[in-house]
Design a protein around this ligand. Structure first.
Ligand code: CTP
Length: 135
């Protein structure tokens, strides 16, 4: 029997509870969870600045028990090829991306999961700046 493959994408800077819950729920949609972690260059293109380099972000995602395989996200355009090459059955993203990847429904199921409230990499970075200024 063929395995159901789930895929998700993101920067995953400063791994936090929102990331963990997203990955845990994504895994429930199949047997194998593949995560494409954004390269440093692509993250910059998206207008973000990661505190941690790609190698560390990818290593932490790789160490997460729900994740079976980690690859690199280099650009917006690679998703269709990834889905076809890896025979992906479900594409998962948090609902901050609601509707943005509906064009992938031709290739696989597309699921948007509710984000965990009150946490983001941006929030962690802002909090670190505030604490650094206080001390
Ligand atoms: N995510 C989530 N809940 C959160 C934060 C992120 O479910 N509180 C999900 C996103 O929706 C996405 C994945 O985790 O599917 C990776 O998101 P990423 O953009 O790397 O994390 P953020 O914390 O949102 O980062 P930033 O603040 O830089 O936008």
């Amino acid at each position: 029997m063929s395995k159901n493959i789930v895929v998700t994408y993101g920067s995953f800077d400063l791994f936090h509870i929102g990331h963990l819950r997203l990955l845990a729920r994504a895994k429930q949609y199949g047997d194998t969870l593949i995560v494409f972690v954004s390269s440093d260059e692509f993250t910059q293109q998206k207008g973000k600045q990661c505190l941690l380099p790609y190698e560390q972000r990818a290593e932490m995602i790789s160490g997460c028990r729900y994740v079976d395989k980690v690859f690199t996200e280099h650009c917006w355009e690679q998703k269709i090829e990834n889905i076809e090459t890896l025979n992906v059955s479900t594409f998962v993203m948090g609902d901050d991306w609601q509707g943005k990847f509906d064009f992938l429904k031709t290739y696989c199921d597309v699921v948007y999961l509710p984000r965990t409230s009150s946490i983001s990499s941006t929030f962690v970075k802002q909090s670190m700046r505030i604490i650094a200024n206080i001390n």
